[in-house]
Design a protein around this ligand. Structure first.
Ligand SMILES: Cc1cc2nc3c(=O)[nH]c(=O)nc-3n(C[C@H](O)[C@H](O)[C@H](O)COP(=O)(O)O)c2cc1C
Length: 331
């Protein structure tokens, strides 16, 4: 059976421009989750907070908006707004590990409080006008926390549970915990999606044979480095010249799309560097060009480095894994 492949949300990177260009140029993607929306006032909804996901017709791939909140009124206001815009599925972020949110019981900071989650779901579920899924971790401080949370979630018609098998205190560092994932996969009455450290198709296949019942997989940094990862997982073959053309077209679309939104060239450069920070890793030796690109301050020199970078040979799986392990700074 063909797996369902989702692109993970990345605040500041996988914006609408990025997601749309990704879906248009790189085959194999089934869905894209948008970075979280927060700070919505239920009494007076500020639609500009939803700019990244509306209008729904702009999405070339099924897109699932995400929110972070522990206020049931806010959740219902977000849900009503998005349902009104034509969405039928939203995602609740119970995984964000950053203390700015977690200290206020938001993101994965809510995981030690299963009773609060039950209370919220009691208030939300009878009124919510669309499907709701949850993206979570094994816990905030220890990997046992999800057990009590899952006992709660299992009592409600949650559409899907995306599990990133780390705890919040690890942030995005250290080993994932597939044993922890396995424990909750068995326990969950909700369909489960796996997310975490799928850096190449071989890694996907190892996980897939370990968890044959999982049909849905979310790829994050692995796809930001190698945007052909969804295609490779699905056995879709592209020649090197097709891949180069697609990366060039993707880069141009993101560059002009961001350029239309941010008029300040320095900001534009900053956002393009965030894209290439990951994607240079798809090329063998790409890191050298990325170091050079880091000092670019204008579009002309940026373009030169990007043009040179995409002429490099493509990295092997081992090189991509090496870039993941030693080239990326996991935050
Ligand atoms: C810079 C950054 C921003 C992120 N923003 C979000 C976000 O807005 N919502 C979310 O659910 N996860 C967010 N994540 C987590 C990713 O979606 C994903 O779960 C994580 O990177 C693990 O998957 P991976 O190992 O495949 O990258 C973010 C991660 C990073 C590094």
């Amino acid at each position: 059976m063909t797996p369902n492949i989702s692109l993970a949300p990345f605040q500041g990177i996988t914006t609408k421009v990025y997601r749309n260009a990704f879906a248009r140029h790189f085959p194999g993607l089934d869905r894209a989750f948008a970075p979280f929306i927060s700070g919505v006032h239920p009494e007076k909804v500020n639609l500009s907070l939803f700019d990244d996901v509306i209008p729904v017709e702009d999405n070339p791939v099924e897109t699932i908006p995400q929110f972070v909140s522990i206020d049931s009124k806010e959740v219902l206001a977000v849900a009503a707004t998005l349902a009104g815009e034509g969405y039928d599925h939203i995602n609740w972020n119970m995984g964000c590990p950053f203390s700015r949110l977690a200290n206020k019981q938001r993101g994965c900071g809510i995981l030690p409080f299963p009773d609060t989650i039950r209370l919220l779901l009691d208030n939300i579920m009878p009124h919510i006008p669309l499907k709701i899924s949850i993206k979570t971790r094994l816990g905030y401080r220890n990997p046992d926390e999800l057990e009590k949370v899952l006992e709660v979630l299992n009592d409600y018609p949650i559409h899907e549970l995306i599990i990133h098998p780390r705890i919040g205190l690890q942030r995005y560092k250290g080993d994932t915990n597939p044993e922890g994932f396995s424990r909750y996969l068995e326990m969950s009455r909700i369909p489960v999606t796996y997310n975490g450290d799928i850096f190449h198709a071989t890694r996907y296949r190892e996980l897939q044979s370990r968890f044959p019942s999982v049909k849905s997989w979310m790829v994050g940094r692995g796809a930001l480095i190698n945007p052909f990862l969804p295609a490779q997982i699905k056995g879709i073959h592209l020649t090197d010249s097709e891949k180069r053309e697609r990366i060039a077209a993707f880069g141009e679309e993101v560059f002009s799309g961001i350029g239309n939104r941010v008029k300040n060239e320095k900001k534009l450069m900053g956002q393009m560097k965030a894209v290439w920070y990951y994607m240079n890793g798809v090329f063998s030796g790409g890191i050298q060009y990325f170091h050079a690109m880091k000092v670019c301050e204008d579009s002309q020199s940026y373009r030169k480095f990007a043009d040179d970078l995409i002429q490099l040979p493509f990295a092997s799986d081992n090189e991509i894994e090496d870039y993941w392990k030693h080239g990326l700074k996991h935050i």
